[in-house]
Design a protein around this ligand. Structure first.
Ligand SMILES: NC(=O)c1ccc[n+]([C@@H]2O[C@H](COP(=O)([O-])OP(=O)(O)OC[C@H]3O[C@@H](n4cnc5c(N)ncnc54)[C@H](O)[C@@H]3O)[C@@H](O)[C@H]2O)c1
Length: 243
């Protein structure tokens, strides 16, 4: 399968190019705004992997929709308007979109849903994520996915319960809040901790990515999986057969 990588000069782009060799996916176009890269992909591309910048996604996914080729989105931090463009494209092509392509995090999402459902609202949910100092959006797409999993385990809507950081006279913590905190520093690839804090005990579920290859390998597998699927939005849960 001939593929293009959008954001090819970036940290994830480079890892994808390195790992694609030997997977049956042939990187024929390296797209990036950086010097020496393709401005866009040409003819003959059969699928696209995008780990770039949120503002780049709408035009790129629309081009894939015109061409009728599958598109995988790893890029996070899309605005609601940018997400609409993705949803529009997904009416014509298979789009795989996930804030995290690692097997471990996708397992963690299931564990968090289960824990939230078993422990109930008397256990306060706090999610902490830490990433390298270069990350441009916060909180991480993965932290949001974890928060939504926890909310779904509790049978509530995350938007109505969400708190992002705390500062000043916050008052006591109301029952049911789901709080997300973003830490930045150094070269941390991606750490996520979901804390369920009860009166008598605390459960912590932790994932630490040690190498970007954990995301890149999952993304390459997911694009190959998407080839030939009907139009629609798919997640790693679909790819891994969890749903
Ligand atoms: N879903 C996941 O599993 C996962 C894992 C890691 C990172 N990410 C996300 O992937 C994205 C990239 O992460 P990174 O660490 O590789 O970032 P990075 O900054 O190292 O790389 C991004 C690349 O995109 C390029 N770019 C910017 N605008 C562009 C445009 N208009 N067209 C083409 N290329 C453009 C930049 O020049 C850069 O080379 C981020 O949104 C990050 O949050 C997702």
């Amino acid at each position: 399968m001939k593929i293009a990588i959008v954001g090819a000069a970036g940290r994830m782009g480079k890892k994808l190019i390195e790992l694609a060799a030997g997977t049956g996916l042939d990187v024929v176009s390296k797209v990036d705004v950086a010097e020496g890269y393709d401005a866009t992909w040409g003819e003959g591309v059969e699928g696209v992997i995008d780990f770039s910048f949120h503002a780049a996604v709408p035009a790129s996914v629309a081009k894939a929709a015109e061409e009728g080729i599958p598109y995988l989105i790893g890029t996070t931090g899309l605005t609601p308007e940018e997400q609409k463009a993705v949803d529009e494209a997904a009416k014509k092509i298979p789009v795989v979109q996930s804030g995290n392509y690692s097997l471990g995090v996708n397992l963690l999402l299931e564990l968090v849903r289960k824990a939230a459902s078993v422990l109930g609202p008397s256990y306060d949910i706090e999610i902490a994520e830490m990433h390298h100092r270069h990350k441009k959006d916060a909180p991480s797409g993965t932290a949001l996915m974890l928060a939504k999993s926890a909310a779904s385990g509790r049978g509530v809507d995350f938007a109505g319960k969400a708190v992002y950081g705390r500062c000043g006279e916050t008052g006591e913590r109301p029952e049911g809040e789901i709080a997300v905190h973003a830490l930045r520093g150094g070269s941390v690839v991606g750490d996520h901790t979901v804390i369920f804090a009860g009166d008598l005990e605390r459960v912590e579920l932790v994932h630490k990515a040690q190498d970007r290859a954990a995301f890149a390998a999952g993304a390459l597998k997911a694009l190959a999986w998407a080839k030939g699927r009907p139009a629609g939005i798919y997640t790693m849960r679909d790819v891994l057969g969890f749903s």
